[in-house]
Design a protein around this ligand. Structure first.
Ligand SMILES: O=P(O)(O)OC[C@H]1O[C@](O)(CO)[C@@H](O)[C@@H]1O
Length: 449
């Protein structure tokens, strides 16, 4: 087991019996998920995915990644939400911190995750003179942000390469049969990869959605799938006393019921920043509905100990804290003695930076417990493709169990439509006339007040 869960630092804030009382509900949730029942049961394809994924497509995907590496200096990954965050999380966590600046790598850039003209313009400037390929990813095929970015990049590429060669450089990841992007890909003859219909966006990182960009970045996707498969077997166990994934789900539920409103995901490695962003979408879209759910937030320590750390220590007691720790750092750096010791740091000489980081983490945990923040710990032996795959599956399953305990549908996200409807109405999209009139009346009233 290379990913473990430990909640001993939360025990002073809860009772053992609270866990015991939840075990039967956790068993029910397990059964529901493994028999593909319950709310949102059409989206449970991720459960067996690590042991049932399409191996032929997986091999074709690896060939496409190789082709992209050969044909291009840079890959532009166009997508948003679940069609973006998983790949971004993996590449940031597992590649060189300055991947795009390193010799001999295929650079990977992301677009379509915002509507900023400045971002797109600056990206186009960076790409000037480089050979590029595109992987456009959208399950629905109609999401505004990536569709807009795709338009811009297609035009840019057609000017640069002509229509024929552009076709050879566009890779589409979308639904198997439906949607605007599927239709376009069929018409244009783009190479395509499938987002399984029974896997929702935020559960899709281990499908071609995440795997193609991750493979282009030079990472070992075989090891990643092997890690996820190992997690599938480890956590296919309804007994909460031996299932760390389910313990995590249960502890979250206990603190949610006690009135905590925020879960802070804490990492001491900057490379985990986008793992936290991916995790926020996973839990935020799965649980944040019917006026329920812990708000998923994240901090990067020790950086943020010098900013938001004050609030965590002494502000309103809203939080539980879940730290992700990597036991063995991928790089060791020993601190040297300094003859003059002007900074007074010679007491650290001979220690590694990672030892200091770990003591900072321990000191923080103890301080936060004293400050009334229950602390949970997820530990990885090392950070590599295998453990990343395990961690993804750990969180996916914990989230499904946690949302089921909460009594919400873990796999829909109806609330995301609200901003889209307003945006379309304000932009005058056909079919949104009534909403537009209502919004204009409302805006007039506000400005008249
Ligand atoms: O892959 P798509 O269909 O473009 O969706 C992207 C993201 O947008 C959402 O549907 C929300 O609008 C997310 O759930 C999803 O991950």
């Amino acid at each position: 087991m290379s990913v473990t869960f430990d909640y001993k630092n939360a025990m002073s804030f809860m009772k053992k019996t609270e866990m015991e009382n939840l075990s039967q509900f956790v068993k029910q949730a397990h059964h529901q998920i493994h028999t593909h029942q319950g709310p949102g049961s059409d989206y449970l394809g991720w459960v067996e995915w690590p042991i049932q994924y399409d191996k032929d497509e997986f091999e074709r995907l690896k060939s496409a990644a190789k082709k992209i590496q050969e044909q291009s200096d840079a890959l532009i990954v166009i997508g948003i939400g679940g069609s973006y965050l998983g790949a971004k999380a993996a590449i940031e966590a597992l590649s060189h911190t300055f991947h795009n600046q390193m010799e001999g790598t295929t650079e990977v850039y992301f677009a379509g995750q915002n509507i900023s003209s400045t971002y797109i313009e600056h990206l186009l400037q960076v790409l000037e003179g480089k050979d590029i390929s595109i992987n456009v990813i959208s399950k629905s095929g109609t999401t505004t942000e990536p569709a807009l970015a795709f338009r811009i990049f297609r035009e840019f590429m057609e000017k640069k390469y002509g229509v024929e060669e552009t076709r050879n450089r566009i890779y589409v990841t979308t639904d198997k049969t439906e949607g605007a992007l599927r239709n376009l890909a069929t018409e244009e003859g783009f190479e395509t990869f499938v987002i399984p219909e029974n896997i929702g966006g935020r559960y899709s990182v281990l499908t071609p959605v995440g795997l193609l960009p991750i493979a282009v970045a030079g990472l070992d996707i075989d090891a990643m799938m092997a890690g996820a498969a190992s997690a599938y077997h480890q956590y296919n166990n309804p007994d909460m006393t031996t299932n760390g994934c389910y313990q995590y789900a249960a502890v979250r539920n206990i603190f949610n019921n006690k009135g905590k409103s925020i879960e802070l995901l804490v990492a001491y490695e900057p490379s985990l920043r986008y793992v936290a962003e991916w995790w926020k979408q996973l839990f935020g879209e799965s649980e944040g509905k019917d006026s329920k759910g812990l708000f998923p937030a994240s901090v990067n320590f020790t950086t943020d100990l010098h900013s938001i750390g004050q609030y965590v220590q002494e502000g309103r007691r809203l939080f539980i804290e879940t730290a992700i720790q990597i036991k063995k750092s991928s790089v060791e750096r020993t601190i040297q003695a300094d003859e003059n010791n002007m900074d007074g740091l010679n007491f650290l000489s001979g220690k590694t930076m990672d030892e200091v980081n770990k003591k900072a983490a321990l000191g923080t945990t103890l301080a936060h417990i004293d400050g009334g923040v229950p602390n949970l710990l997820i530990e990885l032996d090392e950070l590599n493709e295998y453990t990343f795959g395990e961690l993804v599956y750990f969180f996916e399953k914990a989230c499904a169990i946690s949302a089921t305990l909460l009594g919400v549908n873990p796999f829909d996200q109806p609330g995301v439509e609200a901003y889209k409807i307003n945006m379309f109405a304000l932009l005058g999209k056909e079919g949104f006339e009534e909403e537009r009139n209502q919004l204009e009346d409302r805006l007039e009233k506000i400005s008249g007040e």
